[in-house]
Every structure is written in C-alpha cells, then in structure tokens.
Design a protein around this ligand. Structure first.
Ligand SMILES: Cc1ncc(COP(=O)(O)O)c(C=O)c1O
Length: 380
C-alpha cells in the first residue's frame, strides 16, 4: 500500500526521523570540530574542510526547515539580522529595493543607516497595498521586494502572491520575513516568493535561549550560491550547540504555534471589549486591515502576536505593563513565555509605532491566566 507523505507536524516532531547509523541513537550528535581531514591525495572527498564554510550539526535543522518551507535549500545564520543582511549585502551596489514602512524596526534602521551608504537605494512603502508596491518598483533596477507578514508591530498583512507577481514582472526577487507566521501558518515559497527569512530566535527555537537566523530558497540558483558564499566568507555562522538547541526547539514548533494562535485569538476577542482598550490589532479579528488576505494565505491560525492600543495613551500603556504579574515585560517574541512590551519605548525617536501601543507575544501558558492578568493590569 502506498503511504501518503507525512504531515509537516510529523516531520518536525521527528526532525525528519534521522537516526545515527553507527550507534542507533535517535538524536544526532553535536559536531564541534572546526576542521576536517584532508585525504592523502590532497582531496576533500567527504565534502567538508573548515567549520566556517560548513558544519555537520547544521545538516538536520537546515534539511528540516527546507522540508517545512517546501524549498530547495536553507542556511542557518548567527542571527535573524545576519540572515537578512546577507541578502542585502549580496545585491549589486546600485540595486533599488522596496521595503515596507511597517516592519521590524531593527531591520528598518539597519537599511536606513547602512544600505544607502553602500549605494543600495531603499524605498519604504505601504506594503499592505499592492498598488503602492506596483508604483514603487522600477523595471530593470529594482532587484528586491522585501516584505514582512504579519508585520511588526501592527501585524499588517501583505498579499504574498500579489507581491510575487509584481516583483517578478519587473525582474526582481521577493523575499519574505516570515518570522511571525512560521512555516506552520504560511509557506511563502508556495505563494511565489523566492526567499524566506526567519529570525529563528523567535518561534523556530521558541524558548528564548538562542539567537539565530535562517534563509530558505525556492531554487538553488546563482543568487543562492552567492548567499552561501556570503555566509562562509562573511562568517555570520551559528555555533554548533545553538544549532542543536534550535533543532530541539523546532521539534515542538507545531504544538507551540498552534496553542499560541488559539490563545492569541481568545485574548484578542476578550480585550476587544475592554473599556480601557482603544483598539486590538490582530489579523484574526474580522475588523483587522488584513483579515481577508490573512484568512486566505495563513492556514490554521493568525499567529501568536497581537497589539493593544490603550485609551489613556502612552502613560496608560506603560502603567498597564508595569502591573502585569504573569506576562513578562521584555522585548522579543515567539517564546513559550508570554511577553508584553511598550513598543515605542524600544523603537525610540522616529518610530512610526503609536505611543499608546503594547505589543503582546502570546506563549503557551493557560489562556485564562493570561487574559485575567491583562484585565487586572488594564483596570488598575
Ligand atoms: C520580524 C523580525 N525579523 C527579524 C528580527 C531580527 O532577528 P534577530 O534578533 O534574531 O537578529 C526580529 C527580531 O526581533 C524580528 O522580530
């Protein structure tokens, strides 16, 4: 009887089912070697020479991520920023890039502070509008359309298939920061994207104890070869132990993300009616700007991230954050513990984030505990 291919949740739980041949161990070893034997005839037939170029501990997490994203190949990096930067640094010097106005602020400020000086022109547009993306691309000059969906911190949604069509019509690539969606909820390559990036620090690892980044490509083309060379020669590599921890985290990706989504939906609905709350921003709410597109391109939930705008402005937001007992006041997202953050305080001057906004990263605790803690903190 022909068996059907395993569900991605099965692939993740078993990390593709790899076992170690010589011992039968069901967990693959951590390789710490920085260098590998050369053959007596001066060749490297086993394929590896030096740890900056290649690390056997990467093989399994990269293969698992490639399977989950439905891609051709993946690379681990030392951080999400390093993964994203590798793409921008691999473009030609005079490249024109289109990026969203609403996006992870750290990458936006990196693009502002460094890309322009290197000759890369970045245009920031409203990426929730395909018309705005269409107007921004310059045929023959735009090399890359960068999108993030759902995007920090308003959880704005971009139509990935529509953006891919616009990018390809002008000869550009589409790269998607899919950190918040995760491969559980969205597979950007199947919707036409060329590259997917993750801050693996977030959901892929899921335990707030590893900084890592990833890229996955739709094809192993010339640009992918350049990205591989950029990592090995630029040196933004992940440590072996971090790669092992990341894989361990990825094995529980599905149950963590599924639970976070369910709880985020309940929290969004519960807080929508709270008298101190001006607005809840969550793609799972029908009134959210991107709900219809999100319902089409996300499967199984709308993510574990939401934001709340407080009626009492920035003071009310900061006061509410000071009163939580279960939620942790901290930056970052995608861990098993729930985090709350006054986002404008982190982003500083020139932040487009409303000052009354609290960003919530929903973990895997009991959802009633999480709702009760927020309601108590908001009411004082
Ligand atoms: C959506 C998104 N992209 C990229 C990054 C950068 O990743 P890292 O902190 O792993 O460098 C972050 C980090 O907060 C993020 O939230």
């Amino acid at each position: 009887m022909n068996r059907k291919p395993p569900h991605p949740a099965t692939l993740a739980a078993q990390a593709l089912g790899w076992t170690e041949g010589s011992t039968g161990a069901v967990i693959m070893p951590v390789h710490t070697a920085t260098t590998f034997l050369r053959d007596p005839d001066n060749q490297y037939r086993r394929g590896r020479s030096y740890g900056r170029a290649d690390n056997p501990t990467y093989d399994q997490p990269q293969a698992l991520l490639t399977a989950l994203e439905g891609g051709a190949a993946s690379l681990l990096f030392s951080s999400g920023m390093a993964a994203a930067a590798a793409i921008f640094q691999s473009l030609p010097r005079d490249a024109h890039i289109v990026a969203p106005r609403v996006m992870y602020w750290g990458l936006r400020s990196w693009l502002r502070n460094f890309a322009a000086e290197w000759g890369v022109a970045v245009e920031f547009v409203d990426a929730t509008s395909l018309d705005a993306l269409r107007r921004a691309v310059i045929p023959g000059r735009t090399r890359l359309l960068w999108i993030e969906t759902p995007a920090n911190p308003l959880w704005s949604i971009t139509d990935i298939a529509g953006a891919a069509e616009i990018a390809h019509a002008t000869g550009a690539m589409l790269a998607v920061d899919s950190t918040v969606a995760t491969p559980v909820l969205t597979r950007p390559l199947a919707l036409g994207a060329d590259l997917v990036m993750h801050s693996a620090t977030k959901y892929l690892n899921g335990h707030s104890d590893v900084i890592a980044g990833t890229l996955t490509a739709a094809r192993e083309d010339a640009f992918w070869a350049r990205l591989c060379a950029m990592r090995s020669s630029g040196g933004a590599i992940l440590g072996s132990f971090e790669a092992y921890l990341l894989l361990r985290g990825m094995r529980t990706l599905f149950p963590r993300v599924e639970r976070a989504c369910r709880s985020a939906q309940l929290i969004a609905e519960a807080l929508s009616g709270h008298p101190e709350v001006l607005e809840v921003l969550y793609p799972g709410l029908p009134e959210h700007q991107g709900h219809t597109i999100a319902a089409r391109q996300m499967t199984g939930g709308f993510g574990g991230m939401l934001s709340v705008r407080m009626r009492g402005g920035d003071k009310a937001a900061i006061t509410a954050a000071s009163r939580v007992e279960i939620w942790k006041r901290a930056t970052s997202l995608g861990g098993v513990e729930s985090l709350v953050e006054h986002r404008a305080s982190v982003e500083g001057a020139n932040s487009p984030t409303p000052p009354d906004l609290l960003r919530l990263s929903v973990g895997i605790e009991d959802p009633e505990d999480l709702i009760g803690d927020l309601e108590a903190a908001f009411s004082g």
